[in-house]
Design a protein around this ligand. Sequence first.
Ligand SMILES: [Zn+2]
Length: 120
Amino acid sequence: MGEEVLDIAAVREKDQKGRHTTTRRELFVRPAGGVVIDTPGTREVGLWDADEGVDDAFVEIVSLAAECRFGDCAHTVEPGCAVRAAVARGELEAERVERYLRVRAGTASRAARVGRAKRR
Ligand SMILES: [Zn+2]
């Protein structure tokens, strides 16, 4: 490109994997011809496009959640939680629910950080 247009970072020593330096899709037209398309990985679905990707990845939990007594149910200790009920009946793995809740918590705090960064 003739100038620095992208943030780059070294891969992790341990496993030679990337560190999520790319956070959005971008296309660069090279002066010498051709294009470079930089895309973030999709390994951790939903982390950057927040709620939509997470809901797609845990669709059965999201549809159960519609049956929870409270609209803002956190699926932890609330009475009438349809997600916990499904776990109790053996229809849903508790571990999968935990993963869903962790990912949701991650997108929430990340979205808050991105929001703060945008307001600067
Ligand atoms: Zn619930």
